[in-house]
Write a protein that binds this ligand. Structure first.
Ligand code: SF4
Ligand code: SF4
Length: 179
């Protein structure tokens, strides 16, 4: 398969600096609202701050890939004497929890690095985090063509899991005939 150049975008998380203000969640949900900035609802954000104030845990986590099945086992991490809940660091949209799901439809949410229209110089959560927790970086890499699974494909996979391929195909045919 042909190799193509790709810009890999990363956000480094300096979690010790996070105070749980949730500005990142608010701006992410507002930017992805329809129409843009018409509403904000942190439940729709593609970054979630996993929190446990009694243990002084504030851990920003970005929404990653959709998976139709939960893990067979779970991990627990203890870092600097703090024990983190199972799944704290997991980015998946998975059946075992409500995180990273559009609250009304249940469709998976995935961080798109704010590559939406209008293009942003830096992801908005990075711009809105006043504590410098989120540090944006870019690098160039060679990847195989077509390697990335796009948001549309993720959304369709979820609908196929929920309703079955036949029903989705029938619905698409019906919609296309109306246009
Ligand atoms: S980079 Fe953009 S899409 Fe991803 S979590 Fe931050 S604000 Fe949301
Ligand atoms: S904006 Fe920064 S400090 Fe506030 S919750 Fe998000 S990552 Fe933490």
């Amino acid at each position: 398969m042909a190799k193509v150049k790709k810009i890999v975008k990363t956000i480094k998380v300096d979690a010790d600096k996070c105070n749980g203000c949730r500005s990142c969640e608010i701006i992410c949900s507002a930017f992805h609202a329809t129409p843009k900035y018409s509403s904000n609802n942190p439940a729709r954000s593609r970054i979630q701050v996993i929190k446990d104030p009694y243990k002084d845990i504030w851990m920003p986590v970005f929404a990653g890939e959709y998976t139709p099945a939960e893990c067979m086992g779970r991990d627990k991490y203890i870092i600097d004497g703090k024990e983190y809940d199972e799944c704290t660091f997991c980015r998946a949209t998975c059946p075992s929890r409500d995180l990273f799901k559009e609250p009304d439809s249940g469709l998976p949410l995935k961080c798109d690095m704010c590559e939406d229209d209008p293009p942003q110089e830096k992801p908005l959560c990075v711009q809105w985090c006043l504590n410098d927790v989120l540090i944006y970086e870019e690098r160039e890499e060679e990847v195989e063509e077509g390697e990335e699974v796009k948001d549309l494909e993720n959304g369709l996979n979820t609908l196929i899991d929920k309703y079955g391929m036949d029903q989705i195909a029938d619905t698409l045919t019906r919609i296309s005939q109306k246009e």
